[in-house]
Design a protein around this ligand. Sequence first.
Ligand code: CP
Ligand code: NVA
Length: 309
Amino acid sequence: HKREGLKDFIHISDFDKETIMKILQKASEVKALLKLGDRSFQPFKGKTMSMIFTKPSMRTRVSFEAGFSLLGGHAVYLGPDDIQMGKREETRDVARVLSRYNDIIMARVFAHQDILDLGRYASVPVVNGLTDYNHPCQIMADALTLIEHIGQLEGAKVVYVGDGNNIVHSWLLLASVVPLHFVCACPKGFEPDEKTVEKARNAGISKIDITDNPKEAVKGADVVYSDVWASMGQKDEAAFRMQKFQGFQVDEALMELAGPKAYFMHCLPAERGVEVTDGVVEAPNSIVFPQAENRMHAQNAIMLHLFGF
Ligand code: CP
Ligand code: NVA
């Protein structure tokens, strides 16, 4: 297929369904090995990775670094003050220099154009560790978690409640290759990018609903999903957003409306008492920690795929 030789992992929709499912299957297999304590699979032995961060991170940083090392490789962390991409040095120069030291580059940036530029100028694979536009590694981990908990990804009803942000865009891009019922319940003015919604709808394989009624939206959900109301880079809007998002908190009453089969998911970090209550995060049907754990396994499989394993 046309996308088989793709160098980078920047959008889920750059890949076809077969490839996405193959990566998720690989993630399960390598996860099983690692969970057994088996450290004999060392495909990244002799490989190095640079990890560029212009924003804070716990999960992305540690899961990439630990995962790469568990499979035999060495990862170099470059924080916001280190290479100062786009400030001390142009992105296209960073891409070309790091390609001469490393076998792969992972980056977390503000502007989506920066990850596109890295991909364009790097001669090695580039993995998107979150931009203002999307967060593909997160949604691959979420897909793996969904498969583990509800048995399958196809046809799942995923109801996201909150800001139409990077997490939503990656769900929409997943829904444009894998059949889902994806619902985004967000306040007016905080809808996801229109073009991305159109792309998911035009793919014609998933049911996509955008609504401002969370109570209606969650009915029959397999998953109710939440994320912060003010993303990285928007923290100065937190108070304003807090006002605008009243009625969009995922609380016990909303989970009750969702029904007994609904799991709660959140990419984390969570602000308890803001977008979600403490009770919902701590409830037995909350799978936020298995979800976080799966970041490492999904990413290992993504990197294996990019290396041609
Ligand atoms: N979910 C996620 O990407 O977490 P970090 O910001 O801690 O990496
Ligand atoms: N939407 C959040 C996700 C954090 C993992 C942000 O961009 O800050």
